[in-house]
Design a protein around this ligand. Structure first.
Ligand SMILES: [Fe+2]
Ligand SMILES: [Fe+2]
Length: 684
């Protein structure tokens, strides 16, 4: 502690200084600059004391300097004012608190000593009083902060979804509250045999990067964490290196030896859930509380660094006993948050498995599309990761979080779910007419064939009796002509029934056939006229492309709306709110030619555009579908490129799909999901 006695030159002659002059006495020719210098050079964080002898005339000026902005280093002082009786009126009342004495007569050496002693005594008493008040204020502030922390802990922990992030936060909050330098969290787990053990899950030390490998610990009284987990008691250990011999637990110093760290004071708290089970242990190490480490802005702001053994000896203190109950409350909240987190994860997993099982069930109705939604989901996830990794270009600002990728995955898994409401025969329709319809049509022509053949045979038999050979031969010729014609018509109908694209318009071929059969009257055994080609048969055979007529195509297209209706009914949590929209727009095209709404360009969400590429690619390369043969990978890419050129699918997204070889996660031969590249280009 620096103690100064400063005497202004102006009153030097009024004081008889003692013979033994203290080295702290400063005789100042310019009192203002002396005090200013002391204030500026007094850089120690400790408080200094000063007794100042001045003339009344100097009081105003000196008081202003001492109470001014430069006295930030806590110079505590008392002033002894000397002057004439007539000058006393210059003393303002508001200055009196700093004035220790007023002397109008000469100060003897003995009086000087007493005045100095008295002034320092006052300063010291005031300083102690001030320190006490400050300490009380700090304690009050600490308690208020603790209360606020406690209120906020539950709130903040309940919003964290990632389990690792949750543990990290629990430890940071605990360290913040107790001013601990380091800490670890252990979680109780159970093996298949039902034996419980502790798993070291997370640890953090300020200013150090200590190894953090997970390990397990038996729940018994030997280790400190094990003891706390067994007994359910808080352990507040002032010095881990001096644990009483009779204590049932012991401190394992191997970690300190390995890492050059010294675990000195420890506060170890059990985490209890709502049914009083211990689900883990929070272990806090080395409180630095007395060093005033209360932080204001974030956990990393602890300023006190423990580097040398000297630092550990000097700066580490036992944990304040008030932290025991406080940390029990924190641990209780932490336990609830961990349990909630586990439960939410469990529900999410169950929900996800349920969705996957439902999708598998729906897709198993049709072998041709089996596994389609899972492959689309994998491609979508990989695309989203690849986009998030872009640092330049159109997608540089798009970063999909894990939750958003999960949202896309759910949307992809369910994108075709609406197909469950659609007649399976439409999906399985291989030709333009269903098998039964085609057989029925051919049967009518076979019947016609026989009818004609029989008619001629009757005529020929009648003629044979009359033995007119030429007539018979003519009839035979006519019969054969007609029968050949029927066979040709049958062949053309069989060809027309194929879903492939023909050069000639099927309508023209059908009109030709209609002309050829015009006038033919065919009756069933009840005498009813048989319509050789019905309206329905004609409508189907007239299909220009594929095997579906416009009504069936419309019904298939309607799967998007049905899927949308289905996913809209699911009460998704807010983070999955985009799922219905992604599902609804997965068949929309950039040029507006898609369905169901025909929206175009930026109106189509990026996730739906990603899905469109994944959907088309998989539909092209996957196993034969009734209406098309499987296409090889390079042809599929060629078709996709054409689609991008024609502004139907997103060109930039397709570029990512191709350049980063996202398609490689689907095995070309087995159509199984191969491996995950996590958004990074997939190597050959
Ligand atoms: Fe679809
Ligand atoms: Fe699809």
């Amino acid at each position: 502690m620096n103690k100064y006695i400063i005497i202004s030159n102006s009153i030097k002659n009024n004081i008889t200084l003692p013979e033994k002059i203290s080295k702290n006495i400063i005789l100042s020719k310019n009192i203002s600059s002396t005090i200013r210098n002391i204030l500026k050079t007094n850089t120690t964080s400790k408080t200094s004391y000063a007794v100042i002898f001045i003339h009344i005339n100097e009081l105003q000026n000196i008081s202003e300097i001492l109470t001014g902005k430069y006295n930030y280093n806590e110079l505590m002082y008392k002033i002894i004012v000397a002057g004439e009786e007539k000058d006393l009126k210059l003393i303002r009342k508001n200055r009196l608190q700093h004035i220790s004495d007023i002397k109008t007569s000469r100060i003897s050496s003995q009086e000087f000593d007493l005045l100095v002693e008295k002034a320092f005594l006052h300063i010291d008493r005031f300083n102690k009083y001030k320190t006490q008040i400050n300490n009380s204020i700090y304690t009050l502030q600490d308690m208020k902060q603790d209360q606020e922390d406690l209120i906020n802990i539950g709130k903040s922990l309940s919003t964290i979804k990632d389990p690792d992030e949750l543990l990290k936060n629990i430890l940071m909050i605990s360290k913040k509250i107790t001013c601990a330098d380091a800490g670890s969290i252990y979680i109780t787990e159970e093996n298949e045999a039902g034996k419980k053990y502790l798993r070291f899950k997370y640890s953090h030390t300020f200013n150090r990067k200590l190894p953090m490998e997970e390990f397990t610990l038996s729940i018994n009284k030997n280790s400190i964490a094990g003891y706390v987990a067994t007994k359910g008691e808080v352990l507040n250990i002032p010095d881990a290196y001096n644990i009483p011999k009779k204590a049932p637990y012991s401190f394992d110093i191997s970690f300190d030896r390995r890492t050059n760290y010294i675990c000195r004071s420890m506060l170890v708290v059990p985490m209890r859930n709502h049914i009083d089970q211990i689900i883990g242990v929070i272990q806090l190490i080395n409180s630095k509380q007395s060093s005033g480490c209360r932080i204001k802005n974030g956990s990393e702001a602890f300023g006190i660094k423990l580097k040398t053994p000297e630092d550990f000896n000097r700066l580490v203190v036992p944990f304040d006993s008030r932290y025991e109950s406080l940390m029990e409350s924190v641990a209780g909240q932490a336990a609830i948050a961990i349990e909630n987190n586990r439960m939410i994860k469990q529900i999410q997993n169950q929900f996800e498995e349920f969705i996957k099982a439902s999708v598998t069930a729906v897709e198993s109705r049709d072998i041709a599309t089996s596994g389609h939604s899972f492959r689309v989901a994998e491609i979508c996830k990989e695309m989203a990761r690849a986009i998030s990794g872009k640092k330049s270009g159109r997608f540089k600002d798009i970063k999909y979080s894990d939750t958003e990728i999960k949202e896309l995955e759910f949307a992809a898994l369910l994108h075709d779910f609406g197909k469950v409401y659609i007649d399976i025969n439409i999906f399985k329709k291989e030709k333009k007419l269903y098998q039964k319809e085609f057989e029925n049509l051919i049967l009518k022509f076979n019947y016609l064939y026989k009818f004609i053949e029989l008619g001629y045979t009757f005529q020929q038999t009648g003629q044979a009796e009359k033995k007119i050979t030429k007539v018979i031969a003519d009839l035979e010729h006519k019969k054969e002509e007609k029968l050949k014609k029927i066979i040709r018509i049958k062949d053309r109908i069989t060809l027309l029934n194929e879903p492939s694209i023909t050069e000639k318009d099927p309508r023209q071929i059908l009109s030709q056939i209609q002309k050829e059969i015009k006038g033919i009257k065919l009756f069933d055994i009840d005498g009813n006229r048989i319509n050789l080609i019905t309206k329905n048969e004609r409508r189907n055979l007239e299909i220009k492309r594929g095997s579906l007529n416009s009504i069936e195509r419309k019904e298939i297209h309607n799967h998007v709306v049905l899927s949308y209706n289905f996913v809209s009914k699911i009460p998704w949590p807010p983070e999955y709110k985009n799922i219905p929209a992604i599902v609804l727009y997965h068949h929309e095209m950039l040029d507006g030619s898609g369905y169901p709404k025909g929206i175009r360009g930026d109106k189509i969400p990026v996730q739906a555009r990603i899905m469109a590429i994944a959907d088309i690619y998989d539909a092209l390369i996957a196993a034969d579908r009734p209406y098309k043969k499987a296409i090889d990978h390079s042809t599929a890419l060629k078709i996709l490129k054409e689609e991008a050129e024609n502004n139907r699918i997103d060109k930039d997204l397709l570029e990512i799909f191709i350049k980063q070889k996202i398609y490689k996660i689907i095995d070309k031969n087995t159509f199984k999901i191969k491996f995950i590249g996590n958004g990074k280009p997939i190597n050959n």
